[in-house]
Design a protein around this ligand. Structure first.
Ligand SMILES: [Fe+2]
Length: 193
């Protein structure tokens, strides 16, 4: 009889251990910000926004890189334009990351994390022609606009109106940057204009 109750005790202790979360899991669970959105929404929207966040950091640094290494007769105009654009891209990053946390997701933690998640490619070339800088940034901004549109669809599916409305503003800003880069990078025609 004694033996039986000892084994019952042992089994129930095992059951408790199985259902109880480890201290690490409990700490991780404390990052689950309360939300009425479903777990799938947190997962899908966080994944979409984390990709955009990594791309925004990559594009921010590339824009600064080109701002710092600009050269040629249009130096002042291009240098200043790229500084404005870098500031706008950087301003996106905190609201993107905080949307993820508001949904209970977790976001990027390091430069290494950005490097693993970014889709925008770095440009570490020693010298880049000014017109190539503008063309490359123009393409990168178009890529980010497309990712933002995809993320908007994900938000719509899960009825995350707040993220969607921020994304709409970021799409507009991205299209403005693309427009400026396109116009500034137009080759001069035969009339010299
Ligand atoms: Fe600067």
């Amino acid at each position: 009889m004694k033996k039986k109750s000892a084994s019952l005790k042992k089994n129930s202790a095992k059951e408790v251990a199985k259902t109880e979360r480890s201290p690490k899991d409990r700490r991780k669970a404390s990052l689950l910000t309360p939300t009425d959105l479903k777990a799938a929404a947190t997962k899908d929207i966080s994944a979409a926004l984390n990709g955009i966040l990594a791309d925004a950091f990559a594009l921010y640094l590339k824009t600064k890189n080109f701002h710092w290494h600009m050269s040629g007769p249009h130096f002042r105009d291009y240098h200043l334009m790229l500084d404005d654009q870098a500031g706008e891209i950087y301003a996106m990053t905190d609201p993107v990351a905080e949307r993820i946390r508001k949904l209970g997701g977790t976001t990027l933690r390091s430069i290494g994390h950005i490097a693993r998640a970014q889709r925008i490619l770095d440009n570490d070339a020693d010298y880049v022609e000014p017109s190539d800088m503008l063309a490359e940034l123009c393409e990168d901004n178009k890529t980010i606009a497309a990712s933002l549109r995809e993320a908007h669809n994900v938000c719509d599916e899960h009825r995350d109106i707040a993220s969607a409305s921020l994304i709409e503003v970021w799409i507009d800003e991205t299209e403005r940057r693309t427009w400026f880069l396109f116009e500034a990078g137009r080759p001069v025609d035969a009339t010299g204009r």
